[in-house]
Design a protein around this ligand. Structure first.
Ligand code: PRP
Length: 213
């Protein structure tokens, strides 16, 4: 039974490819990086795979052009696609946080009507509206979100914190933690039924590799 994987290019790619290789797939990372080709075949294992932008991975999986996807929990939450999240790959661990200058802490405590800049408006809205019941103004940005409070566009940001280095260099700090993040494996809902045995086997294999680490 054939399987197609949609993998996330960028930071996660190398670690994901290494993990899939450990599970027995014949995936050639260097071939992927040095080539303009988009889709790769592992004929021996009856697998195809391609690297896509993180936000598009859940889309490929929901539409079933990929049976399996690997991308960050942040993207999965933000995109809200109808897919099954089946495994925490424990790669790319970081946190989704509310960050800002120390002076913004009391605005959060007093549930003030604040401005929140984020690349993740769905996650930010869900957190403030549903978890905290705080009415806020969400402003969508596409990157370098730390600029928001620095130039006065927003009071705080909702963003990924890994080492905390970016915040520190910009005089910002973590004010509240929303949730931990890491790479997850997602599966198309129909594939999960039709290719259950093969997908289960892969999940078991990956689980035992992850358990050994
Ligand atoms: C991410 C995130 C932070 C930074 C956090 O940005 O949005 O800016 O990494 O990492 P740190 O805690 O280790 O400093 P990314 O590098 O993906 O770029 P972007 O801001 O342009 O989206």
């Amino acid at each position: 039974m054939h399987l197609t994987f949609a993998l996330t290019k960028g930071r996660l790619a190398d670690k994901t490819l290494e993990l899939l290789r450990q599970s027995g797939l014949n995936i050639e990372a260097t071939e992927m990086k040095n080539s303009r080709r988009l889709v790769f075949e592992d004929e021996e294992n009856n697998v195809s795979y391609f690297l896509a932008k993180a936000q598009d991975v859940p889309t490929y999986v929901e539409y079933g052009v990929a049976d399996i996807g690997v991308t960050g929990k942040d993207t999965i939450m933000e995109e809200g696609r109808r897919v099954f999240e089946v495994l925490d790959l424990k790669l790319g661990k970081c946190r989704m946080c509310v960050c800002g200058p120390e002076s913004a802490r009391e605005l959060l405590e007093h549930h003030e009507m604040i401005k929140v800049a984020s690349k993740y408006p769905v996650i930010a809205r869900d957190y403030f509206h549903n978890v905290k019941s705080q009415t806020v103004d969400i402003i969508k940005l596409n990157g370098s979100v730390e600029l928001g409070p620095i130039v006065g566009l927003s009071d705080v940001i909702v963003d990924i914190v890994e080492t905390g280095g970016t915040l520190k260099e910009n005089g910002l700090t973590v004010l509240e933690e929303i949730c931990p993040l890491s790479a997850r494996m997602i599966v198309n809902q129909v594939s999960m039924r039709l290719k259950n045995e093969r997908i289960r086997k892969l999940i078991d294999e990956l689980n035992s590799i992850l358990g050994d680490e």
